[in-house]
Design a protein around this ligand. Structure first.
Ligand code: PMP
Ligand code: GLN
Length: 381
């Protein structure tokens, strides 16, 4: 057995969702929306199931989706990319990350990453033979510590892997932080792999910026998106990569032996979705912001110190504010079992787990679900 995976536990999302099912808890843990996703896009998929081929699509993705990904990135984020030489469709951002990291990392290469981080990153980096150089974002605002980041880069650095807007803490990397990352990549001739799945879910008038649009970064970046987040269709697993032309062929070689393709009907529907104009995408962000505010106000009323969330599906709270000084994991388990509300401990997003005072709640839910969770928490706290 592969000791790397044999030594791992089950992902925290599955653990907490399992506990939530067992105890009939309202699940504000794992990030998935209530409801059935964007109805127009589901209708397009139904049409495509009936009218279009249900056999293998081209390995790199349907041309219409690859074109839509390139046009969308240019229009919203100023990322200029040629769809034929720079875009690959994958089975979710999860596959996009795996294909990119396995393709780009050679054994012994150093990979700069921030903690906390999304939980699939470290196992894949290690499986690829990468040596993680971990830099902790500084709570409570989760700023990038410049000196530590500079120190993490060196002659063996192959790439930096990061996520903005950031799961779990809801941070959107600032222009200055992106400029610093770009400067370090240029200086050390390193690549940047940026997980931008929440690119449209940014709040309070903020705009997501892509590392790939920074000076000198178009030729050394990989940018990853997911229809799961953008269209509230997390079960579809349609992801996409925009990569520098020199990097795409190796990523494509990994993709061909990981999944080879992604369901064509879903690709066709996502192509339609990405091509939407007007305020389609800003409406998504505004609606999510309203939900953030609803949950944040409720949790604040209950005595939680709610940390700022500038983007994503998530906000975090400091559990010390309600007088809880035990571990974040214990807190989440007790909340699920005793109060009937599931959440995720932020410590699960550190290498090997860490005891933190922070807990993540998901707000991409119907208002009635959020209000129901607050109603359950009130008598418990
Ligand atoms: N990256 C981040 C930061 C995520 O939050 C998620 C999913 N929830 C993914 C990647 C995986 O996305 P997908 O479901 O498209 O594989
Ligand atoms: N990205 C989702 C979250 O952070 C979960 C995805 C998963 O369960 N793999 O909650």
């Amino acid at each position: 057995l592969n000791p790397l995976f044999a030594g791992l536990g089950t992902t925290i999302f599955e653990v907490m969702s399992g506990l939530a099912r067992e105890h009939h808890a309202i699940n504000l843990g794992q990030g998935f929306p209530d409801g059935n996703g964007s109805p127009e896009i589901v209708a397009k998929a139904q049409e495509a199931l009936a009218d279009k081929p249900n056999q293998y699509p081209p390995m790199l993705g349907l041309p219409e989706l690859r074109q839509a990904v390139a046009a969308h990135g240019q229009h919203f984020f100023g990322v200029a990319a040629d769809w034929q030489t720079q875009v690959i469709v994958t089975s979710g951002a999860t596959e996009a990350l795996a294909a990119s990291l396995i393709g780009l990392i050679a054994p012994g290469d150093e990979v700069v990453m921030f903690e906390p981080m999304y939980d699939s990153y470290l196992p894949i980096v290690r499986q690829a033979g990468g040596v993680p150089k971990l830099v902790r974002l500084t709570p409570p605002h989760w700023a990038v510590p410049e000196a530590e980041l500079r120190a993490a880069f060196g002659p063996k650095t192959k790439l930096i892997l990061f996520n903005s807007p950031h799961n779990p803490v809801g941070k959107v990397f600032s222009a200055a932080e992106l400029a610093l990352i770009a400067e370090l990549c240029r200086t050390h001739d390193a690549l940047a792999v940026c997980d931008e799945v929440y690119e449209h879910l940014v709040f309070d008038g903020a705009t997501h910026r892509s590392i790939m649009a920074e000076p000198g970064m178009a030729e050394r970046s990989v940018r990853i998106g997911s229809a799961g987040k953008t269209f509230s269709l997390t079960g579809w697993k349609v992801g996409y990569i925009t990569a520098a032309p020199a990097l795409m062929p190796i990523i494509a070689k990994v993709h061909q032996f990981l999944t080879f393709t992604t369901p064509p009907n879903l690709q066709a529907a996502v192509a339609w979705g990405l091509a939407q104009e007007g305020d389609f995408f800003s409406t998504l962000g505004r609606e999510m912001q309203r939900k953030r505010d609803l949950l944040a106000a409720g949790l604040t009323r209950l005595g939680f110190a709610v940390q700022p969330s500038a983007g994503t599906y998530f906000l975090t709270v400091d559990i010390r504010s309600i007088g809880y000084f035990g571990s974040d994991t214990d807190f989440c388990q007790r909340l699920t079992v005793e109060a009937g509300v599931a959440a995720i401990p932020v410590g699960a997003f550190y290498d090997g787990g860490l005891n933190t005072p922070y807990v993540r709640f998901c707000f991409c839910k119907d208002d009635s679900t959020l209000i129901g969770a607050l109603d359950r928490l009130e008598p418990y706290l």
